[in-house]
Write a protein that binds this ligand. Structure first.
Ligand code: NAD
Length: 467
């Protein structure tokens, strides 16, 4: 079994303890991960603090060049990363390749960015200049659904901005992050990037740490609220990307046969464990039966298996706790709705649930009001588009959403009325490192990616000079 180690102050070290990482497709131990204790967390933060002055003083182009070297190193080992990602996370290898490819793209994009002084105003009497300075130590806290992408979306802007980082993956998916740590250890100065692993017990200590300047967090809304409490002690900066319950609204002019595979993909990618996934599907009365039938057919035809097997379209749920949670939603679906397809756990080792389409379920069922984060999706009927929009917006979440239509003008008008940070029309997950996105309501605070995302890792400062 391969050995993984923490990265603290440029050294690969054993943890104070160890934890088993389970392959969710087999329920077997894939590897042991090192588990840090509080003292190692403090060492990692101290190392990042120590490294900060020299790192932030480096010219931005030098930091960018080092990011490019990281991207090269990841690219050279992308097959190994994708395979390990599938083994620890469960997603099909093709999706793991997509995630690693996008991860590399995010690093390369940030390598090109700059943080120049901007002259805001200049006249005969004075000059006013804006500067973006680095913040200090950034805590990057990551969930288990996209362990690499959601790590690098924080780490790349932080490093380019001149911040140093202590990263903490989720305990069930630490291996790709630890492997990334090995690469960083070879390329970056000691202490600039550190990785610790916990058993869900060090998040609070990290986000409340007096020497951490910013917390970049992705995870559930419940944990995000705890992070918000943790940062108050020192009024740290923070970015929160949290849960979602995104609506897919199909207008009445869609072709059900053509649109169903696209909506199905938006709901079932990564076995539904995607923050921006379609979690409620609203269909016009006139097409409801046909869309339900098409989605049901696609669910029945889906190949659910170990993500490493060729031809697999959907892997297992990532961990036992999530598996149990989604089983609870299945129960809710059975009790309150009609199951069109799926509805059962696959009778084999691994946390497999068949893609499940549920119809005729009331708006107040848990499957509709809560974030299921699994392959069990309700299809809801509407007859009036205003009513569909109101129901889509009747949620504490406001992460994303999709609109599907032939008439693009109408679709745009609907999209403009959805209360969320991102809406796609006739497409899904069309993300790009240079386009920033945020979230509405309880789905998060702050912006990721693009120049605006980079600014979140800096302190804005104005310098006013009298002439
Ligand atoms: P989670 O909130 O349980 O855990 C996320 C991370 O927070 C883990 O690393 C965990 O160890 C850590 N953590 C736990 N307690 C903490 C504390 N008190 N302080 C600080 N950190 C703590 O989330 P999860 O179950 O791993 O991930 C699923 C959730 O993430 C879903 O709700 C999903 O929608 C959300 N998510 C959101 C986005 C987005 O961009 N908005 C992206 C992916 C996932």
């Amino acid at each position: 079994m391969r050995e993984f180690r923490l990265l603290i102050d440029g050294r690969l070290v054993s943890g104070a303890a160890r934890l088993d990482v389970i392959n969710p497709a087999t329920e077997e131990v894939l590897a042991e991960a090192p588990r840090a204790d509080r003292a190692q967390l403090d060492e990692a933060v101290a190392a990042a603090k120590e490294a900060f002055p020299a790192w932030s003083a480096k010219p931005v182009r030098e930091r960018g060049a080092l990011l490019d070297r990281l991207a090269d190193a990841l690219e050279a080992r992308k097959d190994e990363f994708a395979r390990l990602l599938t083994q620890e996370q469960g997603k099909p290898l093709s999706e793991a390749h997509w995630e690693i490819g996008f991860t590399i793209g995010i690093i390369r994009y940030h390598a090109t960015l700059d943080l120049p002084f901007e002259v805001l105003k200049e006249d005969a009497t004075r000059k006013i200049v804006r500067q973006h300075t680095a913040l200090g130590v950034v805590a990057a806290i990551v969930p288990w659904n996209f362990p690499m992408l959601l790590l690098v979306i924080k780490v790349a802007p932080a490093l380019l901005a001149g911040d140093t980082v202590v990263a903490k993956p989720a305990p069930t998916t630490p291996l790709t992050t630890l492997l990334f740590g090995e690469i960083c250890g070879d390329i970056l100065p000691a202490g600039v990037f550190n990785v610790i692993v916990d058993q869900n017990d060090l998040g609070d200590a990290l986000s409340s740490h007096v020497d951490v300047a910013k917390v970049a967090f992705t995870g559930s809304t419940a944990t995000g609220k705890k992070v918000m409490v943790s940062v108050t002690g020192t009024l740290k900066r923070f970015t929160l990307e949290l849960g979602g319950n995104d609506a897919a609204i199909l207008l009445d002019d869609v072709d059900p046969v053509e649109v169903a595979p696209k909506v199905f993909g938006a709901a079932m990618m990564n076995a539904g464990q995607i923050c921006l996934g379609a979690k409620r599907i609203y269909v016009h009365d006139s097409q409801y039966d046909q869309v339900c039938d098409e989605l049901g057919r696609l669910a029945r035809e889906s190949v659910v298996d170990d993500g490493l097997k060729q031809g697999t379209q959907m892997g297992p749920l990532q961990n036992k706790a999530q598996f149990e949670k989604v089983k609870g939603f299945l129960e809710d679906a059975r009790r309150h709705g009609k199951i069109v397809a799926g509805g059962e756990v696959v009778n084999r080792k691994g946390y497999f649930i068949r893609p499940t389409i549920v119809r005729d379920i009331p708006d107040d069922a848990r499957l509709v009001t809560e974030e299921q984060f699994g392959p069990v999706v309700p299809v809801l009927r509407y007859s009036d588009i205003d009513d569909a929009i109101a129901r889509a917006n009747d949620s504490e979440y406001g992460l994303g959403g999709t609109v599907w239509a032939k008439d693009l003008d109408r679709a745009f008008r609907v999209a403009a009325r959805i209360d969320s940070g991102i809406v796609w029309i006739n497409t899904f997950l069309d993300v790009s490192p240079d386009i920033s996105f945020g979230a509405a309501k309880q789905s998060g605070i702050g912006t990721q990616l693009g120049p605006e995302g980079l600014e979140e890792f800096t302190q804005v400062k104005t310098i006013t000079m009298a002439k």
